[in-house]
Design a protein around this ligand. Structure first.
Ligand SMILES: Nc1nc2c(ncn2[C@@H]2O[C@H](COP(=O)(O)OP(=O)(O)O)[C@@H](O)[C@H]2O)c(=O)[nH]1
Ligand SMILES: [Mg+2]
Ligand SMILES: [Zn+2]
Length: 325
């Protein structure tokens, strides 16, 4: 076999100095990084993360030598160590954050939803809201759900209603995630594992477990992983997996982004589009005169609940500031 054949693929697993690369339409190749490959950014401890698209040479022994890494569309990080300024890239090129929520038990607060959406915005990751356990909704919960759906879809986040238990709405979620690298997030107990099983029954994930991301018992992995899932498709019955879930032990830290109070409104799409109408360029939309955000809240154009969550996040940024900086 020629050793100068350039291939390309997706990094689905990393274990120390080895990278498992899945070429489209081929088998996984274990690759190493060319010795003289430079870190693109010295602030990052790992040059390659799951989700990276790489070019590699196929060597005679069947392993690969990574020669190049494509620019990332986005990536999520955690701090390398508690006090370090360096960051560790958990995953790159995430197509979609699937925020799993419910108005059943345990009920998801809009405060939690908005924090996660802000994080996704800050990382440039598109997000969708999937409300599970809709089989438990009654005449009291449906109107609340519909109100939330109206708010979030008007802001630009698609909202889905499903019941993992009954299998309702699963096809639309399959369509949503098909061909994408997806990060599933949400409180423990909302039904993430049940939902993933409903999407791909071959996963056999345990439900009712306290800790998530125990995909196939791999919860002890210390490295992030992209999990190929099979979406049954009538048109491509035996196509290669192109849909991946991100499985990472660092998922809890996925909330960590540093930004200033002035920057926060950039991560609320309905505020972002009105920022230029505020009297002060550095308006934080709390008490400043001539604030376009406050008047949009008063006129009902911006949800009062989203605005309250905005204020709460600002508060937590300010009270955290001395430690964070
Ligand atoms: N009624 C109802 N219960 C569900 C549904 N989906 C999951 N559950 C239950 O909720 C509990 C937690 O589900 P699980 O998938 O483990 O949640 P996870 O912690 O988010 O992964 C389990 O007892 C599931 O059986 C649903 O759509 N409807
Ligand atoms: Mg689970
Ligand atoms: Zn303002």
């Amino acid at each position: 076999m020629s050793d100068n054949l350039i291939n390309s693929g997706l990094v689905i697993r990393t274990t120390g100095s080895w990278y498992c690369v899945m070429p489209s339409g081929g088998n996984v190749v274990n690759c190493r990084l060319r010795g003289n490959y430079r870190l693109r950014c010295s602030k990052q401890t790992n040059p390659i993360a799951v989700g990276d698209r790489v070019s590699f040479l196929l060597l005679d022994d069947g392993t690969g030598m990574i020669t190049d890494v494509a620019d990332r569309r986005n990536y999520i990080v955690r701090r390398a160590t508690k006090l370090s300024k360096q960051t560790h890239v958990i995953a790159a090129n995430i197509d979609l954050l699937c925020l799993v929520a419910t108005l059943g038990l345990p009920r998801t607060s809009t405060g939690f939803i908005d924090r996660l959406l802000v994080t996704a915005e800050a990382y440039h990751i598109p997000a969708a809201l999937i409300f599970n356990k809709c089989d438990l909704y009654d005449d009291e919960l449906w109107p609340i759900h519909n109100e939330l759906k109206a708010i979030y879809s008007s802001v630009g986040y698609p909202v889905y209603e499903v019941s993992a238990l009954h299998g309702t709405g699963i096809d639309t979620v399959r369509e949503l995630i098909s061909g994408k690298v997806c990060l599933f997030s949400g409180h423990s107990g909302v039904g993430k594992s049940a939902l993933l099983n409903a999407i791909d029954p071959s996963l056999h994930l345990k439900t009712g477990q306290l800790s998530d991301w125990s995909l196939k018992g791999k919860h002890t992995t210390t490295f992030a992983e992209l999990f190929p899932i099979t979406i049954p498709s009538a048109t491509h019955p035996d196509s290669r997996p192109s849909t991946f879930l991100i499985d990472t032990p660092g998922i809890k830290e996925f909330g960590m982004v540093d930004f200033t109070p002035e920057e926060l409104s950039h991560f609320f799409p309905e505020m972002r589009s009105r920022l230029h109408d505020c009297h002060f360029a550095n308006c934080t939309h709390r008490h400043e005169p001539g604030c376009a955000i406050k008047s949009a809240v008063e006129s009902g154009e911006i949800s009062g609940e989203r605005y309250q969550n905005y204020l709460n996040i600002i508060e937590s940024i300010i009270s955290d500031a001395p430690i964070r900086r």
